[in-house]
Design a protein around this ligand. Structure first.
Ligand code: CUA
Length: 160
């Protein structure tokens, strides 16, 4: 009986370890990122999230802004089922700080071939930096299932 108990104890410990390893693998190897705790957009009483986002800087001005030599601020708003702005043009070597949020539900912001991978969450501000060292056309993909037209929620970044 004691031997059986030991087996059970070790079995539960190994299952726990397997979960922890899977968690670490997911966060490190797959580069799954939760939004950084930069800030939140809180609507006033009776105000919709949409109007709260629209009036809160930097989201009152979605798009590209040059903030220094070779340095850009790109403000992106996700909504079902598009990115605002849908296309972004950047010069080669641009050092970009992305600011993102969502107007409605959870969306993703993923650029295949880069380490740009973040969530756009309603009322939550996500920030991520990336330097574009390779010219070309990049696709922006929503990689968080967000409903019927999720698969059509894409955008482009042109680097030249
Ligand atoms: Cu937005 Cu999927």
């Amino acid at each position: 009986m004691e031997k059986l108990e030991k087996i059970y104890v070790w079995l539960s410990i190994s299952i726990l370890l397997a979960f922890i390893i899977a968690l670490i693998y997911a966060s490190v190897a797959l580069a799954v990122r939760v939004p950084t705790d930069v800030g939140q957009i809180v609507p006033n009483p009776g105000e919709s999230l949409v109007s709260a986002v629209m009036r809160t800087p930097p989201f009152n001005q979605p798009g590209i802004q040059e903030v220094g030599p070779g340095q850009y601020k790109v403000v992106v708003i996700g909504q079902a089922w598009m990115f605002n702005p849908p296309s972004i043009e950047l010069p080669l070597g641009a050092e970009v700080t992305f600011y993102g949020t969502s107007l409605d539900i959870d969306h993703g912001f993923y650029i295949p071939g880069t380490d740009v991978n973040m969530m756009l969450l309603p009322g939550q501000i996500s920030v991520l930096r990336h330097k574009f060292n390779k010219a070309g056309e990049y696709r922006i993909i929503c990689h968080e299932y967000c409903g019927t037209l999720h698969h059509l929620m894409t955008g482009t970044i042109t680097v030249k």
